[in-house]
Ligand binder design. Structure first.
Ligand SMILES: NC(=O)C1=CN([C@@H]2O[C@H](COP(=O)(O)OP(=O)(O)OC[C@H]3O[C@@H](n4cnc5c(N)ncnc54)[C@H](OP(=O)(O)O)[C@@H]3O)[C@@H](O)[C@H]2O)C=CC1
Ligand SMILES: CC(=O)N[C@@H](CCC(=O)OP(=O)(O)O)C(=O)O
Length: 308
């Protein structure tokens, strides 16, 4: 695909920038630096709502951090929403409720994140060369992953964090080892997650980690799947989360935030929650159907565009 010719707000005249800024909401799916420049220019031009998918503003106290089930709807007065990163989404969704409930120690959390290649976007690092990645799996960005400060900031606890690439296109599985407080059982951890997500159709707490946590169950959906394992011999307990990095880790989470911010039905345009899928329907089929319907229906129902 040819690159977009407009690379910076300087290339747009004042009227053009004002026209862009007059939208109900502008979503920026750009790398960090251009996202910073465009957000500043749009807000300066009076934009009412800017939703940034990059990591530029995720620890900015002036931005609302948009992980709907944990941080709620963006306040009406907010002008900037920072869409969380993919690893932070899975890690925070599975661990924050346990820390909030005071059930695990904050000092000894170790997290292993595994992800497909699309998490890196179009930037073709050597490690993503087909011949290097196909049939391979390896750690990357060890000791320097930019999601560590983001996760620690929103978790309120230090973490050890390692990421590994998988030779797949999309999907992410995060495994955290946590130390329960004295006397706390894995069942209590699971119950705390169930209680926290009782009213959250897009987060599913599985009864066992080996019952449906696989990437095949989440790719193409907006779902977060979480599960708690048994106590290991070390005394630590594994807590799991899987998501689609491109959907819940980026695009569908942005849409979920936009719906909440604009006061629209929260699931507008999102694939159906997993629990609502008929048994045996692959999530990717359901996503395609939902996308087709949400695009086609408004057109069909609009008297100006409907074909008689
Ligand atoms: N992929 C993922 O799983 C996730 C991504 N994110 C974040 O979301 C953002 C987008 O990610 P992703 O779509 O994967 O990234 P890509 O690298 O695939 O795409 C980035 C896009 O930004 C455009 N772009 C780059 N520089 C400029 C510029 N100066 N002006 C205008 N357009 C520009 C590129 O356009 P062109 O093609 O014309 O060069 C390209 O379409 C990033 O900040 C990323 O970190 C967040 C969570 C998960
Ligand atoms: C495979 C791969 O390289 N993944 C990326 C995920 C980056 C990402 O999702 O970017 P955000 O910070 O905008 O969330 C990484 O680990 O850095």
């Amino acid at each position: 695909m040819r690159p977009c010719p407009v690379r910076s707000p300087d290339q747009v005249d004042e009227a053009g920038l004002r026209a862009l800024a007059s939208a109900d909401l502008v979503a920026l799916a750009l790398p960090r630096e251009p996202a910073k420049v465009w957000a500043a220019a749009l807000l300066g031009a009076g934009a009412r709502r800017v939703l940034d998918l990059s990591d530029a503003r995720r620890r900015d106290p002036e931005a609302h951090y948009g992980l709907p089930e944990l941080t709620g709807a963006p306040p009406a007065h907010a002008r900037l929403v920072a869409n969380p990163g993919c690893y932070p989404t899975a890690t925070l969704a599975s661990l924050r409720p346990l820390l909030d409930a005071g059930l695990i120690e904050a000092e000894s959390i170790a997290v292993l994140g595994t992800s497909g290649a699309s998490g890196a976007g179009k930037g073709l690092a050597d490690r993503l060369h087909f011949c290097n990645l196909a049939g391979n799996s390896f750690p990357y960005k060890v000791g320097e992953h930019r999601h560590v400060p983001e996760i620690e900031h929103h978790l309120g606890a230090p973490i050890s964090f390692v990421t590994q690439l998988l030779p797949i296109v999309r999907g992410m599985l995060v495994t955290s080892f946590v130390k329960p407080k004295a006397g706390v059982t894995p069942s209590q951890l699971r119950e705390a997650l169930e209680a926290r997500y009782a009213e959250a159709p897009y987060v599913t707490v599985l009864p066992q980690p080996d019952q449906g946590l696989g990437l095949g169950h989440v790719v193409g959906t907006h779902q977060v799947l979480v599960a708690v394992g048994p106590v290991e011999r070390s005394g630590l307990v594994p807590v799991f989360a899987s998501i689609d990095n491109l959907m819940r880790g980026a695009a569908s989470q942005a849409l979920h935030n936009a719906n909440l911010w604009l006061g629209l039905p929260p699931s507008l345009g999102l694939p159906p929650p997993l629990a609502e899928l008929p048994r045996g329907v692959p999530p990717t089929f359901a996503t395609a159907l939902s996308t087709a319907l949400s695009t086609a229906l408004p057109t069909a129902l609009n008297p100006e565009t409907a074909t008689p």
